[in-house]
Design a protein around this ligand. Structure first.
Ligand SMILES: Cc1ncc(COP(=O)(O)OP(=O)(O)O)c(N)n1
Ligand SMILES: Cc1ncsc1CCOP(=O)(O)O
Length: 522
């Protein structure tokens, strides 16, 4: 049985100047590479054969299987453990006939049709890619993206076909690649294939060892959502206690909440953030994203008024936040309203891992590709999903993050638990931007959750802090403050409601949360 965990595909053209190929291979194996593919694109047969023979001797010493790219004849000649063929190479059925029994055959797959064919051809493994863009090879098919890999992996359920991801996989995106590509049925990649991250390194042993470390922390995680949350079980009582702890932490530490949001509700969002005790920064320019991401807190991305400069900032800000393991709250406002919004949202979610996605039923339906609920612009039409609990749970599994479905009742899921919250007031629906304010409240609480978790083990986690509690806390703070504001005598309608809401967010007490929270965990 081949261990596909860290699959090195060679690329002599990428070796740093002065680096010997065989020495680099030896070091990569010492670093923990578990399977090697010899890939020679511009080499004569005799030289290819020589390289394959010498590489095989090195792999044998490490007891690591060696696979040959494209060339069945060379695989046969060196008694390789397998061959890897592309879509236009020798058909699997013929390779199978030529190769000795037990020789592994792998095929490159970019889409469902290719994967279906590979399964019916009886391949041993598939190389799915390119997962990310890469400069190592000129791609003639679309990049699959980590979410796309998850869709393909689902097809492997019930088969014994193994799968590795390939293309642009680096140390910096490895955890995101592994986490984000797990299918809704919990099928994960069996490994990752890399070329440049190891071959182009001046220290291939260290490069391989670091990749192995991330692979093993991800594997030891157990729960599919481990990289996103810190507890395995929640009760209504434990959630309220956790929310209060986070709320106090926000007030005590005044965390930075970076918000790239729309120009309709930018001031309301900033005011709500301040009222909760956090510190808003509404920065959109690409050049400042990295600096801002270094400060503990959270990022909110809201596409309400999507303009090109802000969009570029969103792409970079999310990646920088992921690199710092900061919570990223994503509000895909009106995603169903235009193809432009839809494709922008897809690019953003393919680029970085959201920690929380918040939207109304119409927005989340559009995101999930469901036509059960329609929307008009940024609003939901009709009464929502027949089974909102399952919908929220499934979308959280699909997007590998916490999902908040806002409405009269709010449903919040981490893919396992669903919190059903029934606080709020109708006046929230009569001011502009209450959904955007909810995003700011969630981001503020996620920032608090990050600060609270500072001392905890960060290994294997994509985000620091319990973002499930952060999301619940943000919604409770807003909806309970809205109830309290609506009770005030000075509130006569939407115009007086908004300043009262800010006041109530500012003075919200743990006791009000304890007494008023209407929460069920399912
Ligand atoms: C593990 C793995 N997956 C995919 C490929 C790509 O193979 P192919 O499509 O044949 O392209 P070339 O490698 O020949 O350029 C691979 N080599 N390994
Ligand atoms: C061979 C191949 N097939 C799809 S992408 C790719 C190259 C991957 O190289 P890198 O790991 O350097 O991006």
């Amino acid at each position: 049985m081949i261990d596909y965990s860290l699959y090195l595909v060679t690329g002599r053209e990428l070796l740093p100047q002065g680096q010997d190929y065989f020495d680099s291979l030896e070091q990569s194996l010492q670093g923990g590479v578990t399977v090697v593919q010899i890939r020679e694109k511009n080499t004569d047969t005799s030289e290819f054969l020589d390289i394959a023979l010498r590489s095989k001797a090195i792999c044998d010493r490490h007891n690591v299987p060696m696979i040959v790219n494209d060339r069945v004849d060379i695989a046969l000649a060196v008694q390789a453990s397998g061959v890897h063929v592309g879509q236009t190479d020798m058909p699997v059925s013929i390779a199978r006939k030529l190769l000795p029994r037990g020789t592994v055959i792998g095929v490159s797959c970019n889409n469902i049709q290719e994967l279906d064919k590979a399964i019916s051809d009886g391949v041993d493994y598939v190389g799915i890619g390119a997962v990310w863009s890469t400069t190592t090879k000129t791609l003639n098919k679309p990049v699959v993206g980590v979410r796309g890999v998850g869709e393909l992996l689902r097809k492997l359920d019930g088969t014994s076909v193994k799968a590795v991801g390939i293309g642009g996989i680096k140390l910096k995106n490895l955890l995101r690649t592994l986490h984000g590509s797990v299918s809704t049925t919990n099928r994960a990649l069996d490994g990752v294939a890399v070329v440049s991250e190891i071959v182009a390194s001046t220290r291939p042993r260290e490069a391989a060892a670091k990749l192995c470390e991330v692979l093993s922390t991800f594997r030891s995680g157990g729960s599919i959502i481990k990289a996103m949350r810190t507890r395995s079980e929640y009760t209504a009582g434990s959630v309220i206690d956790g929310v209060i702890q986070i709320m106090n932490c926000v007030r005590d530490h005044n965390p930075l909440v970076h918000q790239i949001t729309n120009n309709v509700s930018i001031a309301q969002s900033a005011n709500a953030t301040i009222a909760l005790g956090a510190s808003p920064i509404m920065a959109t320019t690409v050049q400042e994203m990295e600096d801002i991401s270094r400060i503990n807190g959270a990022l909110l991305v809201n596409i309400g008024t999507l303009v090109p400069t802000a969009y570029e900032g969103m792409v970079v800000a999310g990646s920088c936040a992921n690199a710092q393991k900061k919570p990223v709250v994503f509000d895909p406002v009106g995603v169903g309203a235009s193809h432009f919004r839809q494709s922008s949202v897809n690019t953003l979610l393919d680029t970085w891992q959201a920690s929380v996605i918040k939207g109304n039923a119409g927005e989340l339906a559009a995101l999930a590709g469901s036509n059960e609920v329609q929307s008009k612009g940024v609003d939901t039409i009709g009464s929502g999903f027949k089974d909102p609990v399952s919908f929220a749970r499934n979308l959280a599994r699909k997007e590998r993050c916490v999902v908040v479905m806002s409405g009269k009742i709010d449903y919040i899921s981490d893919g396992t638990n669903v919190a059903v919250l029934s606080n709020g007031h109708q006046l929230l629906g009569q001011i502009t931007g209450s959904g955007c304010i909810a995003g700011s409240c969630i981001a503020s609480h996620c920032a608090g959750a990050m600060i609270l978790a500072q001392g905890e083990d960060k290994e294997g986690k994509l985000v620091i802090g319990d973002v499930f509690l952060g999301a619940i806390g943000g919604i409770l703070a807003l909806t309970i403050s809205a109830e309290l504001a609506a009770l005030r005598e000075d509130v006569k309608g939407p115009g007086t409601f908004f300043p009262a809401l800010i006041d109530e967010l500012f003075t919200l007490t743990p006791r009000s949360i304890q007494e008023r929270a209407r929460i069920q965990i399912q």
